[in-house]
Ligand binder design. Sequence first.
Ligand code: GTP
Ligand code: SPV
Ligand code: MN
Length: 603
Amino acid sequence: MNTSKTPGSTLTPGVTPVGELPSNSHVRQWLAECIKLCHPDHVRVLDGSAAEKRDLLKRAVADGVLLRLNQDKLPGCYLHRSHSNDVARTEHCTYICTPNENLAGPINNWMPPKDAYALLGGLFCGCMRGRTMYVVPFVMGPLGSPLARVGIEITDSIYVAISMGIMTRMGKAAWQQLGDGNDFTRCLHSVGDLDPARRYICHFLEDNTLWSFGSGYGGNALLGKKCLALRLASYLGFQEGWMAEHMLLMGVTDPHGEKTYIAGAFPSACGKTNFAMLIPPEKYRQAGWKITTLGDDIVWMYVKPEDGRLYAINPEAGYFGVVPGTNARTNPNAMEMIAHDTIYTNVALLPDGDVWWESKTEDPPAECIDWAGKPWVPGCGRPAAHPNSRFTTPMTNNPVLDPNVNDPGGVPVSGIVFGGRRSKTIPLVYQAFNWTHGVYLGGTLGSETTAAATGQVGVVRRDPMAMLPFCGYNINLYFTHWIRMRKRMRDCPRIFHVNWFRMEDGRYLWPGFGENMRVLEWIINRCRGRAYAAETILGWMPRPADIDQEGLDSTPEQFAAAQAIDADALKREILTHEELFLKLAGELPKELIFQRELLIARL
Ligand code: GTP
Ligand code: SPV
Ligand code: MN
């Protein structure tokens, strides 16, 4: 292999990296620059081995970064408490740095690269004094996949280093894939002093470079995830003719023994992980339905020339999932998955070293230590776990992991599902008339904001394709790219819209979770040309008889209410599309304008 054990002398005098560094001169030169800038006391190059992981965990515990949980109940599990100002993505601190502002487009924050390098260069200067710099090589995507990309993250957070080991194919495999090449994403990260006023997540599209300062939180700090696999990758996909999307990826085996792959874009904390791991109701399992997971957050999709179909891979190797709401009733697969070798962030700690969060059990514990480390008792007026508390777990923990998850070529996608969190107006399920109409449905997707990002929770905002915070370039070009992808395909996925979250009198009209299988059955059958649909204003919809409701707790009236279309409410909804369209000021692809006109004409 292309490594040498005596790299130290070529780097900054005084710091000899521990671990094996490849002879790759691009890597060495960049690392030397980062050492010179950040002045770490120690440098450690990670190899991704099991022994290394054990050692990192030991150190993190010794440093108080991780707390060892009850190993009888939760073998290999640890708790991390983050700073109370650093618990979610900070979209207002996230920048696209391109020479031309127009490439960042109307919905991204923009900074000229020169200014960003100067500003962040000042912050990074000497920021790792007294600290260890971890050099974390990683691959996004199945090894050997033509889509797979190499990144190297330099970080002063041991929590980030360990998490990257779970979330990516981390270690020697990355050096192997990179060889002597220069095609890797340069990811520089420091937690700094966690001052929110000096927090920046910068994406240098032209330089294949990410600089993140001042946060240790997942989406801000695990730079392979949202920063590389979505923001940078979406721009690469635009240039190279493929797609990077905020989507889950699942396999659905039906009673015929046929397998159909579905991708789904729901905004942050709107149900991707849960849908991707769905356990069908008993009756469906008996009949032979089975769900397997490929991914829960990000897919990369390309058109295979051989058959002209859209194929998808999951670039990640782990799940960074929402904890609250997860329990033995809603997601038993996830409960099994996070019972070992998992890092919990910002959940509550029980006296016996177990963990707890809201809704984990019906009755709260008599006492615990809350996510911030303070004593907690029921009724004290604070949540025990942070609403955006998370688990970090390797995908191999998933009891229903799809056997094709490491297939370098990916799996063919037959359906794309868009979904938002909408307590009003939006029906349970409908299907787009065609691809362009589907792009309109995705493009105007609305959802109530959640705790996954800082800011107000529960307000409806437009979140095109669930990519509002993750589209790394001009959203108008992104829409155009979606529309043009159709021309590359001989046969295209069917597109659907779902809403599990419609409410009446403060209660969900649809039971959700495993029962979503009933909607999924219709979706699969539509993709395979086996189910009926009625034409409506919004698109194709199942009649009540087209969705199996036998054994459902909810009533036919509730189903009707979940599917109801109220023309007046829809008119108001269409007016709110305006809010988005005005921001896109004149550059919106004409296809979307025509779709809007057609929708209005149908009303
Ligand atoms: P990110 O990791 O932020 O991208 O989130 P996600 O889209 O993967 O969402 P996730 O599956 O983690 O669900 C977020 C929250 O919604 C959790 O509290 C779930 O329990 C809840 N949830 C998921 N699916 C359903 C559903 O079908 N019905 C209801 N009522 N709640 C759901
Ligand atoms: C999201 O917010 O969509 C997440 C969590 O998946 S994070 O990785 O922090 O962005
Ligand atoms: Mn997400």
